[in-house]
Design a protein around this ligand. Structure first.
Ligand code: GLU
Length: 293
């Protein structure tokens, strides 16, 4: 059993990312598995200098210990290109030179942005630079999420052919995450429910690349009082290392694990010990988001 925490270094760790770290850690460790940390720094323009180191230091302050070396996606472009070549050889990829405006003018809204209407699928002459899209189909994709239950999505209808490599040369999250989870032998993916809608795309790519599909569990995301996801954009505060015990207890309460009041008197390592001993994934609320009180 191998689990992982895969933060993007777009800012310091906030409560929303801590709960994903904590839940993936407890789930892996209670099953006697490994817990990996992967820095998802593919999108260099969105990266904040020093954020990756800050995230790792904060994880240490909170008592987390990861197995093996930390992997950085920015060092792994050849692996992503290899997967893209494999899909190209199977004729599942085409180039797309559509501008955002061209897509916006002819596309409907889907589950996660605009549904790409396939404009370039049969276009003869494609301008450069172009993006690479994968061809999707109308077979529904089903999976059972350990927290959110049965999920069904039809990519052709809900998403459309999606981008695997952008026109500016950046590999897309959907491709990189599938390649890395496979390459690292990840068997259990536990993360925020904001990525629930991405899982069918990832399962589809796993099928095309002949990779096994891991088990999925999507925890509720933490929203602020305006019911917005905690993120850099919504100015979520960084978690405070000097309050690690209090914050860890709050995170366990958020995850439905009923931590006792006096747990805050323990140090972070002792709290994680308690968390591992009492961890029960079934107690996590079956919601996609919860407003923090
Ligand atoms: N890097 C993504 C994020 O920080 C998480 C990706 C994943 O867990 O699959 O939101």
């Amino acid at each position: 059993m191998i689990g992982r925490f895969a933060p993007s270094p777009t800012g310091p760790l906030h409560f929303g990312s801590l709960i994903a770290a904590l839940a993936s850690y407890c789930e892996a460790k209670t099953q006697g598995g490994k817990w990996l940390v992967r820095i998802e720094d593919l999108d260099k323009p969105r990266e904040v200098a020093g954020a990756a180191d800050h995230i790792l230091k904060t994880l240490e302050t909170f008592g987390f210990e990861w197995d093996g070396e930390v992997i950085y996606q920015s060092h792994r472009n050849p692996l992503y290109q290899e997967a893209l070549n494999q899909l190209q050889a199977a004729s599942m990829i085409y180039n797309c030179d559509c501008s955002r405006k061209e897509i916006a003018d002819s596309a409907d809204h889907g589950i996660d942005g605009l549904i790409y209407p396939g404009i370039c699928r049969h276009k003869e002459a494609i301008r450069t630079p172009s993006a690479s899209r994968v061809i999707v189909d109308s077979k529904p994709i089903f999976f059972t999420d350990a927290i959110q239950g049965s999920i069904e999505q039809t990519l052709a209808q809900d998403v459309g052919d999606f981008v695997l490599k952008r026109a500016d040369g950046l590999y897309a999250y959907q491709l990189a995450v599938v390649v890395d989870d496979f390459e690292q032998g990840v068997t259990h993916i536990l993360r925020g429910a904001d990525l629930l809608n991405s899982s069918p795309r990832q399962i589809y790519l796993q099928q095309l690349l002949h990779y096994p599909t891991p088990e999925y569990a999507h925890i509720p995301i933490a929203n602020n009082a305006n019911n917005e996801k905690l993120s850099k954009q919504t100015l979520a505060p960084a978690i405070d290392g000097s309050q690690a015990s209090t914050v860890l207890k709050q995170a366990l309460a958020f995850l439905g694990q009923d931590p006792p009041m006096d747990l805050v008197q323990c140090n972070p390592t002792e709290i994680l010990q308690w968390a591992k001993q009492h961890w029960d994934i079934k107690k996590i609320p079956h919601q996609q988001s919860i407003v923090l009180s």
